[in-house]
Ligand binder design. Structure first.
Ligand code: MG
Length: 389
């Protein structure tokens, strides 16, 4: 990274808190910290790290934060614009760890400012990959993956000719419901889904892992980051979560990246790239204790979200935006226990059939489509009898 200061968007979340530990180990100074509404947690981080700027997206939380930090010289911001302000601070790299499409305008603003962006906000690329990649190119800004699979792929591509890449082998843990039938999934609760076997993560991504939508979003994310077609990506279920993904070259070589399932490693690689730092934060994987590595094709009959994502990827245009926004809305309903987990797939499929999703060129079209897909899911869930009382 060319910058030595960093803005962390979503600093109180799972990735954000781990990123602060990585920053500490690397001696990187956070210049801005933002949260959605966790004012108390953000206050603690701000007092510890003394960033120049701290902000909550939620306006009420921002007012609370302002009171909490009144005795400091930290500038406090609020509202959606605050994310963009944190993203464009002078001389700062940006780690975008916001959950969901809310992170998109800030990603674009950071790239427009020519900043290096370490991207943990995969929804940004799913919803508007074409626009994000074009903006990065126009402003010669580096976009570095933080998602563990994409970090693995990125690492496997180092030192090799991109033209020799034949396929990407994207690994999936299979999630907490691996091996179950649709009948067995019908009545699972958010609490069941939030028990992931290998990774500790935020609620939204854990539900996405349980439905395999996470792998679908990552499929689209990989297309944009590495410039490959849907046919060039194979998803493999790998229960041990040791191989974080692999690439296959034209000469028949497959190169994989292995490690323990700990997000500190991909976060650190994004922040030190192209260097590697021996911070001691992550132990190397012990292959003797792992013993066996297994790989199997995903069960797309049971977990239909992956197939929906592949279909949206093939359609292109705004179809992935509809897929992502509909999924965000449906996951929110599931977390409130208003719908079952299988309804997520049904609602996303209905949104893809009904919400217009042609080609686009501007951010405003992406945001309009996002709103339309969310509204569609809400009203379709109500009218279609999906809602549980
Ligand atoms: Mg991932």
């Amino acid at each position: 990274m060319k910058e030595n200061r960093i803005s962390i968007l979503g600093s109180t979340g799972s990735i954000g808190t781990q990123a602060l530990k990585v920053c500490e180990a690397l001696g990187l100074t956070p210049a801005a910290l933002t949260a959605y509404h966790s004012a108390a947690a953000l206050e603690r981080q701000a007092r510890r790290w003394r960033p120049a700027y701290a902000a909550c997206v939620d306006e009420a939380a921002a007012r609370d934060l302002k009171v909490r930090l009144h005795d400091t010289d930290i500038r406090v911001g609020g509202g959606e614009e605050a994310l963009c302000e944190a993203a464009s601070m002078e001389g700062c790299a940006v780690l975008n760890a916001v959950v969901g499409m809310a992170g998109l305008p800030a990603t674009l603003r950071a790239l427009e400012a020519g900043h290096t962006v370490a991207l943990a906000n995969k929804e940004t690329l799913v919803a508007a990959g074409e626009l994000v990649m074009r903006t990065a190119e126009e402003h010669r800004a580096a976009l570095l993956p933080v998602d563990s699979e994409h970090s693995a792929i990125f690492q496997c591509l180092q030192g090799n000719d991109k033209k020799a890449l034949r396929r990407i082998l994207l690994t999936a843990s299979g999630g907490p419901f691996y091996g179950r039938s649709r009948e067995e999934l019908r009545n699972v609760t958010p609490a069941d889904a939030l028990c992931h076997p290998n990774w500790t993560m935020g609620a939204k991504i854990t539900i996405d892992s349980a439905t395999l939508m996470n792998k679908g979003l990552e499929f689209i994310e990989a297309m944009w980051l590495f410039g490959v077609s849907p046919e060039q990506i194979e998803v493999l279920v790998h229960r041990q979560s040791v191989v974080h993904s692999a690439v296959e070259y034209g000469d028949g070589s497959v190169i994989a990246q292995l490690g323990v399932p700990d997000m500190a490693l991909p976060i650190q690689y994004a922040l030190t790239y192209p260097e590697r730092a021996a911070t001691g934060l992550v132990q190397a994987v012990d292959l003797f204790s792992v013993g066996t590595l297994t790989f199997a094709p995903p069960d797309e009959e049971t977990f239909g979200c992956l197939g929906l994502a592949k279909a949206a990827a093939a359609r292109g245009g705004l179809a992935p935006c509809v897929l992502n926004a509909a999924n965000e809305a449906a996951v929110a309903l599931f977390l409130l226990e208003k719908i079952g987990i299988l309804d997520i797939e049904a609602l996303v499929a209905a949104a893809l059939e009904n919400v217009p999703a042609g080609s686009y060129s501007a951010l405003s079209e992406v945001l309009e489509t996002e709103r339309a897909a969310r509204d569609f899911v809400q009203s379709y869930a109500e009218k279609g009898g999906f809602l549980r009382s």
